[in-house]
Write a protein that binds this ligand. Structure first.
Ligand SMILES: *[C@@H]1O[C@H](CO)[C@@H](O)[C@H](O)[C@H]1NC(C)=O
Ligand SMILES: *[C@@H]1O[C@H](CO)[C@@H](O)[C@H](O)[C@H]1NC(C)=O
Ligand SMILES: *[C@@H]1O[C@H](CO)[C@@H](O)[C@H](O)[C@H]1NC(C)=O
Ligand SMILES: *[C@@H]1O[C@H](CO)[C@@H](O)[C@H](O)[C@H]1NC(C)=O
Ligand SMILES: *[C@@H]1O[C@H](CO)[C@@H](O)[C@H](O)[C@H]1NC(C)=O
Ligand SMILES: *[C@@H]1O[C@H](CO)[C@@H](O)[C@H](O)[C@H]1NC(C)=O
Ligand SMILES: *[C@@H]1O[C@H](CO)[C@@H](O)[C@H](O)[C@H]1NC(C)=O
Ligand SMILES: *[C@@H]1O[C@H](CO)[C@@H](O)[C@H](O)[C@H]1NC(C)=O
Ligand SMILES: *[C@@H]1O[C@H](CO)[C@@H](O)[C@H](O)[C@H]1NC(C)=O
Ligand SMILES: *[C@@H]1O[C@H](CO)[C@@H](O)[C@H](O)[C@H]1NC(C)=O
Ligand SMILES: *[C@@H]1O[C@H](CO)[C@@H](O)[C@H](O)[C@H]1NC(C)=O
Ligand SMILES: *[C@@H]1O[C@H](CO)[C@@H](O)[C@H](O)[C@H]1NC(C)=O
Length: 805
């Protein structure tokens, strides 16, 4: 690391090194990892750690015109800043700005020699003349005594920016009761400390928390368990072991400090924890083969769970744009909102009368009634017992901004309103909130635009069918398409019943029967082949039916069967899909049905395709769509055995009826997650469970719940999970028709994934996005534990399979 004298070979090395750097990018390197007292860094010069891992120099973030001293991964082709020195005070001219050792400190000064940033180590000590700054390969910039390298005066690991690097401590100082915070950037263009941070819980429970504005905690990791190597509320950490992401994460408690620290076992792994400016703490890995950062997980998982994400008087939803201002309010900084930085929140368009002393207390202020999924945080309860009294309480207090009266309980809010979540379209179940606005705002809110909404609703209710019928008529006369408002691509055809009758030759060619009706093959006049599903037992209103159908129609993914159109004439409800030539997977997979068994490569491609389709439904759709009925019957294969998922969106389309049919349908039950039976809320993780069950069938080529597939008298999934969790040869699980012609690594991977997917506790199951990454081979998974639930029902399978309630 230190070069005492220049030998010829060393000189050659330096020249070579310089040459390499020139050919790399715009940054010219210093060719050394050290800034000593006679050197300085400016312009496009940089310092590189001895192993070439990290580089330090000036950089310009995003579209900003400001420059900062930062540190980045040298080997990562996309500039990825892990540390910034002068976060709050940029410089503007890098050619005249200088970073150098001055009076024992590392100091950045601008063109006028004004110090902008410094390590602020008390100066004047004996070693101040010999101090040197060294950039180490773990990303630590160390200021130390040049004569005695074990005397460390300052290190960047003690002053992190938004990134917690492997090998650095996330500390709690027991002497000052202070936690060290990892603080987000304000925005992609501005590395100044933002509102979000994470730190060790200052109450000394061994967990990590995320914090808004240094004061409000909004997510807890749960306590650390060294045994299972995971936080109690982040059990997916357990799954990520071995290969690239395997780490040694530990909690250490000493006399003066406690800290978390982690290392990746594979030192070539480029990965980090950081606090995103969205308020989510993320673990990201650089995948060199695709030259991209991949988020392995983010916490909290939902954007709207981030405290204050939309700022004061903003409301949040899970779709872009994530935030809107409440009625009567506007963004405090429209530029920031355009850049998706919402935390500045919203301000009143018109001052309250109460704040205008010439008007007098409360005069001229009124309340706007609004519905949200929740009420704002930090309510204050009052003694008021009627709605009128509640309102009066709020009117009388000038700082009161809103009230709610629910279950005879009056709550008022003082000051800014935070964390409101918007209702989904058409949802009328939300909570009522009365927001105080200047009278002129109420007038404008309830004039033109708002009045229309008020009027349309009663009309829609009373004469909705008539209007819709009329609209249908007009639309069908015109072009027979309903044009979805946003995407022209997703336009659906509204078919007439008799056209479909003709196309399907009076519903003569049956393709199959699901729980929700028969499917028929048909041919349209233009020659294209379609599959027509006649829905039974639909109890959805006309309007909602159309809303849901148009949502399904907009979904477009190669692993999903495309919806082309629909027919809705009274009780006749039909869906028209692209025809997928080879039919459903069960016909090609299971013993006795398939003439020719699917080879291993095809099975693996099917599992990956289905995972991609599901991940798309869960993670990329406007509203996350839970399929609810994953099973081989709903996986269709095209001519190249490429899988396409059918029947997605039906769960919402059919409403309550769906789950009733689902849980009483014999064939489906073996795929249903335990939460279907226990009656708790269904999340996308229910699909993950069904998917896991299906993976086991892909491996074995037999139905899980067929007695013929029992092994040693045990329910197959139980037996399979035991083999996997005990690390027995997974080839035992394999379909014998494959004669062992498989990729052993892929079989292992699928079996482990399947077993993680069927864990009883849904939080332990991976997300579909993670499943895709694992099956693609980017991440490895550890040996899953035995799913407890299965073990229990394994002995009493008959009750589970045939009589759910
Ligand atoms: C970097 O600095 C060197 C020396 O001042 C100069 O020759 C070179 O053009 C600079 N490169 C860029 C991209 O500014
Ligand atoms: C920079 O500006 C371009 C064009 O205005 C925009 O597309 C891009 O998203 C901006 N990048 C950042 C990081 O703000
Ligand atoms: C710094 O100097 C280089 C050439 O020496 C020049 O190309 C570059 O534009 C200058 N940068 C700034 C920010 O003035
Ligand atoms: C250096 O910083 C000082 C104080 O912030 C400022 O007044 C001065 O204009 C800056 N000089 C340059 C060249 O940017
Ligand atoms: C270097 O400093 C350490 C403590 O900071 C001390 O223990 C050691 O004796 C010093 N070594 C020399 C050669 O001065
Ligand atoms: C730190 O907190 C502990 C317990 O909460 C308390 O006993 C101690 O006095 C505090 N120390 C300081 C310096 O505030
Ligand atoms: C954050 O807290 C500080 C005081 O601790 C306060 O002045 C500031 O307004 C807060 N920021 C927001 C966005 O509420
Ligand atoms: C993990 O890290 C801790 C603390 O640094 C250390 O004590 C332990 O030996 C490490 N374990 C392994 C398996 O490397
Ligand atoms: C803790 O701090 C005290 C006082 O600052 C010091 O004497 C002691 O050596 C420290 N303990 C450790 C383990 O560093
Ligand atoms: C470490 O990671 C690199 C790159 O991800 C990989 O090529 C290498 O095989 C890994 N080494 C081990 C021992 O797993
Ligand atoms: C205060 O009230 C008076 C009288 O209604 C009005 O003319 C004035 O514009 C108001 N001022 C503000 C700042 O709203
Ligand atoms: C308004 O209510 C808050 C909370 O109840 C109270 O602290 C404050 O003093 C009240 N202000 C007035 C003017 O009554």
């Amino acid at each position: 690391m230190k070069k005492e004298n220049i030998s010829p070979s060393c000189f050659l090395f330096s020249v070579l090194f310089l040459f390499m750097c020139f050919s790399l990018e715009s940054h010219v390197c210093f060719a050394v990892d050290t800034i000593s007292s006679d050197q300085s860094l400016s312009g496009n010069q940089t310092v590189v750690s001895s192993g070439g891992v990290f580089e330090l120099g000036f950089f310009r973030p995003g579209n900003s015109s400001n420059y900062y001293i930062g540190m980045w991964y040298r080997k990562v082709s996309q500039l990825s800043i892990v540390w910034v020195a002068n976060r709050e005070k940029p410089v503007h001219d890098i050619n005249s700005s200088v970073l150098k050792i001055s009076d024992g400190n590392l100091v950045l000064s601008n063109g006028s020699r004004v110090p902008i940033w410094s390590t602020y180590v008390s100066s004047g000590s004996v070693i101040s003349n010999s101090a040197v700054a060294v950039l180490l390969d773990d990303g630590n910039l160390v200021l130390r005594d040049g004569l005695n390298s074990s005397t460390i005066l300052w290190q960047s690991f003690d002053h992190p920016a938004d990134t917690w690097l492997p090998g650095s401590k996330l500390r709690f100082d027991k002497r000052t009761n202070q936690s060290q915070s990892i603080i987000s950037w304000k925005s992609l263009d501005d590395p100044a400390p933002g509102l979000f941070s994470f730190e060790i819980d200052p109450f000394q429970t061994n967990q990590i928390v995320t914090v808004w504005n240094r004061s409000q905690t909004y997510w807890f990791s749960g306590t650390w368990d060294q045994q299972t190597m995971s936080f109690s509320l982040v059990p997916e950490m357990r799954m990520v072991a071995l290969s690239s992401l395997a780490f040694n994460f530990s909690y250490v408690s000493e006399e003066n400090e406690s800290y978390f620290i982690y290392y990746y076992y594979n030192s070539s792994t480029i990965a980090k924890y950081f606090m995103d400016s969205s308020g989510q703490m993320k673990e990201m890995t650089w995948l060199e083969n695709i030259k991209q950062w991949t988020v392995f997980y983010s916490q909290p998982r939902q954007q709207c769970e981030v405290y204050g994400f939309c700022g004061a008087f903003g409301s949040c939803n899970e779709n872009q744009p994530f935030c809107n201002c409440l009625n009567g309010f506007q963004p405090t900084s429209p530029q920031n909102w355009d850049q998706e930085v919402y935390s500045g929140g919203c301000a009143r368009k018109t001052k309250l009368g109460c704040d205008n002393h010439s008007v007098g207390t409360g005069k001229g202020d009124q309340f706007l009634e609004s519905r949200y999924t929740n009420l704002p945080t930090n309510p204050q309860n009052t003694m008021a017992v009627t709605s009128m009294e509640c309102k009066a309480t709020c009117i009388q207090n000038c700082s009161c901004t809103a009230y709610a009266f629910e279950n005879n309980q009056c709550s008022i809010w003082i000051g800014d309103l935070f964390n409101l979540k918007q209702l989904e379209q058409d949802d009328i179940t939300g909570k009522l909130l009365y927001i105080k606005l200047a009278a002129s705002e109420i007038d404008s809110e309830s004039s033109p635009t708002n009045k229309r909404r008020v009027i349309v609703i009663p009309i829609a209710v009373s004469t909705g069918l008539l209007l819709l019928g009329l609209m249908m008529f007009i639309i069908m006369k015109r072009r027979r398409t309903i044009i979805s408002p946003k995407s022209a691509k997703g336009s659906l055809v509204a078919f007439e019943y008799r056209d479909l009758e003709k196309a399907t030759k009076n519903f003569s060619e049956k393709l199959g029967k699901g729980g929700f009706g028969f499917v028929f093959k048909g041919t349209l006049p233009d020659g294209s082949i379609i599959a027509v599903k006649k829905l039974e037992s639909i109890n959805q209103g006309e309007k909602q039916f159309r809303t849901e159908v148009s949502i399904i129609g907009k979904i477009n993914h190669v692993n999903l069967v495309r919806l082309r159109g629909f027919c809705s004439e009274g009780s006749r409800k039909l869906l028209v899909y692209d025809y997928v030539s080879k039919g459903s997977l069960d016909r090609h997979l299971f013993h006795g049905l398939a003439s020719e068994p699917l080879d291993w490569k095809t099975r693996y491609q099917i599992s990956l395709g289905v995972a991609r389709g599901l991940a798309y439904l869960h993670e990329n759709c406007v509203d996350s769509i839970i399929h609810c009925d994953i099973k081989p019957e709903n996986i269709l294969l095209d001519v190249d055995n490429f899988p396409k998922l059918a029947d997605f969106g039906l769960a919402k389309l059919l409403g309550r009826e769906f789950s009733r049919v689902l849980t009483t349908m014999r064939g489906t039950v073996g795929y249903l997650a335990p939460e279907w039976i226990s009656g708790v809320a269904i999340t996308p993780k229910a699909d993950v469970y069904s998917y896991g069950m299906m993976l086991l069938e892909l491996v074995s080529g037999m139905r899980n719940f067929e007695p013929a597939n029992d092994k040693e008298g045990t329910f197959f999934p139980v037996w399979a999970a035991r083999q996997v969790s005990e690390g027995v040869n997974v080839l035992n699980l394999l379909d014998d028709r494959l004669h062992g012609n498989v990729d052993l690594e892929e079989v292992c991977r699928i079996c482990k994934v399947a077993c993680w997917c069927i864990q009883e506790n849904e939080i332990q199951r991976p997300s579909m996005g993670q499943v895709v990454q694992i099956l693609e081979g980017f991440f490895d998974v550890s040996i899953p534990p035995m799913p407890r639930f299965l073990q229990e029902i394994g002995n009493d399978r008959s009750t589970y399979i045939s009589s759910p309630t």
